[in-house]
Ligand binder design. Structure first.
Ligand SMILES: NC(=O)C1=CN([C@@H]2O[C@H](COP(=O)(O)OP(=O)(O)OC[C@H]3O[C@@H](n4cnc5c(N)ncnc54)[C@H](O)[C@@H]3O)[C@@H](O)[C@H]2O)C=CC1
Ligand SMILES: O=C(CO)COP(=O)(O)O
Length: 346
């Protein structure tokens, strides 16, 4: 494939969108979309975002139609609860020749009210991954996802890491590799896009748990066990949703799980850490402008696990702690004494 010369779009000028824009700017010109006109004006004036200097190849833009007309390849990187509305905004301008590779790690819920969900009425038909939302809301078919240990703060500092582009289309993987690969960013490809998306979303739940343990002052032994058993729960849930196990044991799974579940740069870990220190959910919510994705994912996963009749004790205890105020020390005791009888059980 010859060098890709076109301008590439990024939708969402948050920390990860900015990190992706900076990586892309090593190879291509980038248009970074923000829905906030003040953000667009500030980025273009200051040439900085989150205190990081932006490459001269990055320009902020507030007009979605212009972005879509100028860019064939677009990276949507907005939180999962705003993803569908973002796609409905882009949808009328997108054409079948567009390629979308998203970086969002969460689930979409549609066709059920929050109250109905709380009544236990959530079913798989209500839940979509972001790639599914793209194909539901737009004519674009060549879709991929980015998933891996990609803490935005580290990428913005220029630290090296790796990612996976999940897509059933080889050309999407190849194009993603072409525009993103560098000596600071290794890009793998995997045709199991569902597995990559599920792994990226589910690991945030375990990262919350790991943060709780750390906040409680507990050490590496227990953290290691949480990660080990947490990975099993992720894979088991993934199987129920139709993915293979393999994605959970690669860069998008164990790779991202270790990074997110051990880093104070992770919002999910930090959310858990603050819970573990004894802060109340409402106080944390009030001081986290964009709440950690894992909180939403935990609720959706717990309801779907009930639907599938899965036994996921860590997910269960985290749900009890986060949404019902269950005592953390009792939850830890429950898990330590849980009748796990097999070490590797899949
Ligand atoms: N921060 C990180 O280290 C990483 C984040 N991710 C994922 O990337 C996604 C975005 O995360 P961050 O950039 O960290 O979040 P952020 O909170 O820093 O930024 C989100 C951005 O999206 C914008 N936004 C929200 N709803 C929107 C909408 N409906 N239309 C247009 N823009 C909208 C917000 O204004 C904000 O600028 C999340 O799903 C997260 O899980 C993935 C890998 C690493
Ligand atoms: O996906 C992540 C890192 O790869 C998670 O980052 P956050 O916990 O900050 O959302």
């Amino acid at each position: 494939m010859p060098d890709f010369q076109q301008t590439v779009g990024v939708v969402g000028a948050g920390t990860f969108g900015t990190a992706i824009a900076n990586l892309l700017s090593r190879r291509v010109d980038v248009l970074l979309y923000s829905r906030n006109p003040d953000t667009v004006e500030r980025i273009n004036r200051e040439r900085q975002n989150f205190g990081i200097n932006l490459s001269p190849r990055i320009n902020a833009i507030g007009n979605v139609q212009e972005l879509v007309e100028k860019c064939t390849l677009i990276f949507p990187v907005v939180p999962s609860d705003g993803f569908r509305s973002t796609m409905t905004r882009l949808g009328p301008h997108l054409r079948p020749y567009h390629i979308l590779i998203h970086g969002t790690k969460g689930f979409d819920v549609q066709g059920i009210t929050p109250a109905q969900m709380d009544e236990g009425l959530l079913e798989p038909q209500h839940v979509s991954t972001m790639s599914q939302v793209i194909t539901q809301e737009t004519v674009v078919r060549r879709v991929g996802c980015l998933s891996g240990p990609n803490l935005a703060t580290e990428i913005l500092e220029g630290q090296p890491t790796a990612t996976v582009i999940g897509s059933v289309y080889e050309e999407v993987i190849e194009l993603g590799k072409k525009v993103l690969s560098s000596d600071a960013f290794h890009v793998f490809g995997n045709n199991d896009i569902l597995g990559a998306e599920l792994a990226g979303a589910l690991k945030n739940i375990i990262a919350i748990g790991s943060g709780i343990l750390r906040g409680r002052g507990l050490g590496k032994n227990l953290q290691a066990m949480l990660i080990t058993r947490g990975l099993m729960e992720m894979a088991r849930f993934g199987q129920a949703m139709g993915s293979t196990n393999s994605a959970f044991f690669g860069t998008a799974g164990i790779g991202d799980l270790v990074a997110t579940a051990t880093s104070k740069n992770s919002r999910n870990f930090t959310f858990g850490f603050r819970l573990g220190k004894g802060e109340k959910m409402a106080d944390i919510e009030a001081t986290m402008p964009e709440l950690a994705e894992g909180v939403r994912t935990l609720k959706i996963t717990w309801h779907l696990a009930n639907y599938y009749k899965l036994r996921l004790p860590i997910t269960q205890m985290l749900y009890n702690i986060v949404f019902d105020g269950y005592n953390i020390d009792k939850a830890i005791k429950f898990l330590i004494t849980y009748p796990y009888d097999v070490d590797v059980d899949f």
